[in-house]
Write a protein of this length. Structure first.
Lengths: 343, 242
């Protein structure tokens, strides 16, 4: 009996590890890209995408696991970025020390926003986060010299790792890939833990979750705080990459983009944030679109994904593969997809 | 012996409507108590006030001598009161086994839990007869199985008192009989049961003692046969003299 239990546990750990493998393989391939001497433009774009993906992993814990949609996620990234810039300017704090500090700042900001906002559910919460995001941009714009007003702040600190300068594009790229990997592993660990199960229970049915002893309110705020930690780290990487940050980068439009990316990629599966971040960053480049055209394309993509692939692109692909390999009639999976969409 | 749950003077008003008008009810350790009454008599309000969905307007609820009046639903569950809903509920998008795992992960461990381990999620699925669908999504289960899963979820929270709100609603005769068979076993495992329903046939099968609510007040309480012969109860159910 005990033996069986141990085997069961080993089996489930193995199954969980197997779900992490595809992401690790893809990230290993991505890390090998500098071998093909890509252009600086490509590397810059990839670094921006990677920084977004880190924030997206936080958003996927909130939206994919807990079922709470935030339209203010960029504001949490902004708190991390401004924390890094202000710490460097006023206290001479460097990149590595800024990471935990900024993560904490974003987490605290998330808690301050989350406690009043999460008293309301669903669409109301979306509007609240939208409002807080806009509010932060207004505060930063009117913060005078302290926040650099509309011009923003410069950040000219070097990023070193074991004495090596990481500011070079290729090295920064590899570092961001390492951070993306950590974010993916952290998100995977959350999904496969009892904590992740608790969050999914809340997503599925709050009333039932409460009846089983789950403190729904506290866990919802907790998930928001966790998403803030990811966002804060993403903000530090962004601030040090760009060397200059301004309020408009963290207002509601960037937040909507983040939400869009996580929905297009698929929020529930570990590959989703990675796919969404890369796709949205490179789509205009590949299709050679100007900003107005790309917005139209994103909009169309989002509507298409919501209508046809409720689990996002990755969810859709996984389902198609499963259907193909198990030889199940395609109709059934489609029906199930439609039923899920209706819910 | 003092009752496991002592409800005294419990009242609830929704605006000007009195849903509960000072109900006294004691649930004794180890029994299966039935609370009956016509629609709108306050049964579900009683259930909702005890489980923390609504705050009572007055009165108190003592669980094993501890005041649990007005606690939040999750705190009630953690105190050791399990409950199932009128609408069969499960985490539809999650696996059947995962449902039960979740339910068992938020209990405040009982003092005797090491000496007397609680059944595993798998064992609970065996108990309600759902182990064959353990890996299915809960959302694809037929209604009767969903009710049984709801029972397994409530049992996974290690309750010493289980409140069932219309557990057989929507079940066919065969499913109802199976459910009755399961619920009857619970007192033997140290779980006191309180069933809220208006289905007299079910109540006669399950309960030795009945309490009857009408317009938010208790009008009868006693052994099932005596209560069913009570003229006041007959009037409520059959509409006065025959």
């Amino acid at each position: 009996m005990k033996e069986g239990l141990r085997q069961d546990r080993a089996g489930s750990v193995f199954k969980a590890l197997r779900s992490l493998l595809p992401v690790l393989v893809i990230l290993a391939l991505i890390a090998a890209v500098p071998l093909f001497s890509p252009s600086n433009r490509f590397l810059s774009l990839a670094i921006s995408a990677g920084i977004n993906v880190i924030a997206l992993y936080g958003l996927s814990v909130l939206f994919g696991q807990t079922g709470i949609l935030s339209m203010g996620h960029a504001a949490l990234v902004g708190v991390g970025a401004y924390a890094a810039a202000i710490l460097a300017r006023d206290f001479g704090v460097g990149f590595w020390a800024a990471l935990p500090a900024a993560a904490l700042a974003s987490a605290v900001f998330a808690m301050i926003v989350g406690i009043p906002s999460l008293r309301v559910g669903g669409h109301h919460f979306v509007i609240m986060t939208f409002a807080f995001g806009q509010l932060l941009a207004i505060v930063l714009t009117n913060g005078g010299d302290y926040t650099g007003a509309a011009t923003g702040l410069d950040l000219a600190g070097p990023v070193t790792l074991f004495g090596a300068d990481m500011s070079d594009l290729t090295r920064y790229y590899l570092m961001v890939v390492a951070f993306v990997t950590s974010a993916a592993v952290a998100s995977w660990a959350i999904i496969n833990s009892s904590y992740g199960r608790t969050l999914r229970a809340i997503r599925e049915n709050e009333k039932l979750a409460a009846s089983l002893g789950i403190n729904v309110g506290r866990h919802k705020i907790g998930a928001f705080v966790v998403s803030g930690i990811f966002a804060g780290i993403s903000g530090v990487l962004l601030a040090y990459f760009l060397g200059h940050i301004s309020p408009s980068q963290f207002s509601s439009f960037p937040s909507i983009y983040l939400a869009l990316m996580v929905m297009i990629g698929g929020a529930r599966l570990i590959e989703g944030p990675l796919a969404g971040g890369i796709l949205v960053a490179f789509l205009p480049e590949v299709l050679n679109l100007d900003p107005v055209q790309s917005r139209i394309v994103y909009g169309v993509c989002l509507i298409a994904v919501i209508m046809l692939l409720p689990d996002g692109l990755i969810g859709g692909i996984v389902r198609a593969l499963r259907a193909a390999f198990s030889g199940k009639p395609k109709q059934e999976t489609q029906q199930r997809g439609a039923a899920e969409a209706q819910r | 012996m003092s009752p496991i749950l002592a409800i005294s003077g419990l009242s609830k008003q929704f605006g000007g409507v009195t849903a509960l008008a000072g109900v006294d009810l004691a649930i004794e350790e180890g029994e299966i108590l039935g609370v009956v009454g016509p629609n709108g008599s306050g049964k579900t309000t009683l259930f909702n006030v005890v489980t923390g969905v609504h705050r009572p307007s007055g009165g108190s609820v003592l669980f094993r001598g501890q005041d649990i009046t007005g606690l939040k639903p999750h705190a009630i569950s953690r105190a050791g009161i399990g409950y199932t809903f009128q609408q069969a509920m499960a985490f539809a998008g999650l696996g059947v086994l995962e449902n039960v795992q979740i339910a068992g992960e938020h209990v405040r461990a009982r003092a005797d839990s090491t000496a007397n381990p609680w059944p595993t999620p798998q064992a609970l699925l065996d108990f309600v007869g759902l182990s064959a669908v353990a890996n299915e999504k809960a959302g694809v289960l037929p209604f009767g199985s969903l009710r049984l899963l709801g029972l397994a979820l409530a049992l996974a929270t290690r309750p010493s008192l289980l409140l069932l709100d219309e557990p057989a609603a929507g079940l066919n005769d065969r499913e109802t009989t199976a459910l009755v068979g399961l619920v009857r076993q619970l007192p033997g495992h140290g779980i006191t049961v309180c069933v809220i329903d208006h289905d007299m046939k079910l109540m006669q099968m399950l309960c030795r003692r009945l309490a009857v609510l009408d317009f938010g007040s208790k009008i009868a309480d006693g052994p099932t046969e005596a209560v069913l012969a009570d003229p006041k109860v007959l009037e409520v159910y059959l509409g006065g003299d025959l």
